[in-house]
Design a binder for this molecule. Structure first.
Ligand code: THU
Length: 136
């Protein structure tokens, strides 16, 4: 089950959405702004940024903000086709473990675009999260 990779044009659009929303990040503690945009199987794009908190553990990553916003807006039947993640420092940044599991919940066949150590990278969610958890 491998979904068709979004066109180059769609990848560029997804990247632009992630870059735009990154500017809304609330990151006064880490000073590391992150933006994420998810492409859904219905063609819609929903984006999110990281939202930090003085109680550091309450921080929400950009990826989860985007996914939770998509569910809030469109309901729980969303299917994630692709995710684009950017940061304002141009450093390697792949989704954290928690976000990988949340991506997997709604996108077990998703492709993730992110900054790797040797430049832009893409990976299937199961490469980032082998044996992702599912109930039933
Ligand atoms: N962060 C994200 O939003 N997404 C990632 O993929 C990695 C880390 C955020 C969380 C925190 O606000 C800051 O980056 C530093 O960890």
């Amino acid at each position: 089950m491998r979904n068709k990779k979004p066109s180059i044009e769609m990848q560029a659009k997804l990247l632009r959405s992630a870059k735009t929303v990154m500017k809304n990040a609330h990151a006064p503690y880490s000073k590391f702004r992150v933006g994420a945009a998810v492409l859904l199987s219905n063609g819609k794009i929903v984006s999110g940024c990281n939202v930090e908190n003085a109680s550091y553990g309450m921080t929400n990553c950009a990826e989860r903000t985007a996914i939770f916003s998509a569910v809030a807006r469109l309901g729980p039947k969303i299917e994630i086709r692709a995710v684009s993640v950017v940061n304002d420092q141009g450093v390697p940044c792949s989704p954290c473990g928690a976000c990988r599991q949340v991506i997997y919940e709604f996108g077990p066949d998703a492709i993730i675009f992110f900054q790797g150590s040797k430049g832009p990278k893409q990976a299937h969610i199961t490469q980032l999260l082998p044996e992702g958890f599912r109930l039933q």
